[in-house]
Design a protein around this ligand. Structure first.
Ligand SMILES: [Zn+2]
Length: 498
């Protein structure tokens, strides 16, 4: 057994090295690489992913996993969980023919480059053939994995184990029932909130200083994390000792990068606080997209858009932007950060209309994957649904169907995790409030006790526990979207004085 475990760990470490190299290439390609570098990276990705595929599906690995799983009581928990996860992955990977798998990696790279150009030039036609390939691959992959299951359920499971259309249909029906009337009320008779001061000129170099201060407030360890810039903000982690945040600055939008940073720092906080014993294991990473988004959105919205957090950053903002924020009070800033307005762009959407943006993507993805909607008809369907749910007219595909990077990365079934994550986060904060005065803590500017509470119940476990178990562990109850819809109703009824 000792030899098997040693060989298994060596194999995993080799596999991890390929994954590490590929994610660094990816990160480079969407941050600093000049556009023409794309082709050579695509080829390198093809070679590396072929090697990775061979390692991940090798008969030696299968033998080692089977030996370990047959002697469960002789192995430690980390090794056992590694074997279980790799077994599941291997069984799935084996079902995809290698040439199709490798081709997909190359296609993703090309799709990503095409999407960047299509978005920049408002040219959906340029992206369309790439998107068709992404949809086709996802449908095929779902069929390979589970031919008898609805394809979209299989895809959802890739990002949040156990999540189904049945759960989501109910969840979104609940959101629709509570959010849409509240939104209509706000539009019809809510107080007017002034946000004009947010659109003044906010020099990017000053915004970078603000980012550094936010990273401090969020307790980000500068020895293990850093910040860069890209088109579409994200967080990428290689180990708990190398976590990177990417943001995007708009000189005429004060709060855009501000909340991107708080959001991404939420993701990063999760990664930075995973247990040390998992540092060298692939289990040393966030467990699922839903749980990950619960953290980013909890920091961004419940904490970051609170009156208490605003009082922490107010002096810094006034110091960095004295002219732009002259005469702007703390209260005005708080209200501006929570202004509700049906709009076009998901990442700029307010907290209340945000789940409606997700609902649009969810409904369209279901149709694309089931085949009831063709890619060529997607822009039209997008525009119609935005009108139906949010009441907005979409003036261009750049501000419509081309706005997000997910589909160009071949990710279908990812978006719902944003909404379900918000709901997890609301329930977690409700549970945290049973233990201490969370908002008083935020007001003090000392977020460490909040991070500690979440580390104890969620972060430290990495992928050792499953998403459902972690959420129940933190909330001491089953997942219930009621906490989320109650939180939204209470917060926005008060803000809008309804
Ligand atoms: Zn996120």
């Amino acid at each position: 057994m000792k030899d098997t475990i040693a060989a298994f760990k060596k194999h995993l470490s080799k596999l991890g090295a390929y994954e590490h190299a590929m994610s660094k290439l990816y990160n480079d390609s969407v941050t600093v690489m000049p556009p023409k570098g794309s082709e050579v990276v695509g080829n390198a990705m093809g070679v590396l992913s072929e090697e990775e595929y061979k390692l991940a599906t090798s008969s030696e690995l299968r033998d080692m996993i089977e030996t370990i799983l047959a002697h469960k009581d002789e192995v430690d928990l980390i090794t056992l969980r590694e074997a279980e996860e790799k077994h599941e992955e291997l069984c799935k990977l084996e079902k995809i023919p290698m040439d199709e798998y490798v081709q997909h990696q190359i296609d993703v790279n090309a799709a990503s480059a095409a999407w960047h150009e299509a978005k920049a030039t408002n040219d959906f036609e340029l992206f369309r053939p790439h998107l068709e390939k992404m949809v086709a691959f996802n449908r095929k992959m779902a069929h390979y994995y589970a031919p008898d299951k609805p394809a979209y359920d299989t895809l959802l499971n890739e990002y949040e184990k156990g999540l189904t259309m049945e759960t989501l249909d109910k969840f979104f029906a609940d959101v629709r029932k509570k959010v849409v009337p509240l939104l209509n009320d706000i539009v019809a008779r809510g107080r007017r909130i002034d946000t004009d001061f947010l659109d003044k000129e906010y020099p990017v170099d000053k915004q970078r200083i603000l980012t550094d201060r936010l990273m401090k407030i969020m307790c980000m360890d500068p020895q293990r994390s850093c910040i860069g810039e890209t088109e579409h903000p994200y967080t990428i982690n290689f180990t708990k000792n190398d976590v990177r945040i990417m943001t995007h600055y708009h000189s005429d939008m004060l709060l855009s990068s501000f909340y991107s940073v708080v959001h991404e720092a939420g993701h990063a906080t999760y990664e930075l606080n995973i247990g040390d014993e998992l540092t060298d294991s692939f289990l040393g990473s966030g467990v699922s997209m839903g749980v990950h988004e619960s953290q980013s959105r909890l920091y961004e919205n419940i904490i970051g858009r609170s009156e208490e957090f605003m009082s922490v950053v107010y002096d810094d903002l006034k110091e960095l932007f004295p002219e732009q924020l002259k005469d702007v009070t703390r209260e005005q800033l708080f209200l501006a950060a929570n202004k509700v307005e049906p709009s076009l762009i998901r990442t700029e959407a307010d907290e209340l209309t945000y789940p409606l943006h997700i609902m649009v993507r969810y409904e369209l993805e279901k149709q694309l994957i089931s085949g009831t909607l063709e890619v060529k008809d997607l822009p039209k369907a997008w525009n119609e649904m935005m009108k139906e749910y949010l009441g907005v007219d979409v003036p261009s595909d750049t501000e419509g169907v081309l706005q997000d990077s997910h589909w160009s990365g071949g990710m279908f079934g990812y978006f719902p995790s944003y909404a379900i994550g918000s709901a997890y986060g609301a329930q977690m904060i409700a549970a945290m409030k049973q233990d201490f005065d969370v908002m008083e803590q935020v007001k003090s500017g000392e977020l460490q006790p909040i991070i500690d509470w979440l580390t104890e119940r969620i972060y430290r476990f990495g992928c050792i526990k499953k998403p459902k178990e972690l959420v129940e562990n933190a909330c001491k109850a089953e997942f219930d979207p009621k906490y989320y819809t109650d939180y939204l109703s209470e917060k926005f009824t008060k803000i809008y004085q309804l």
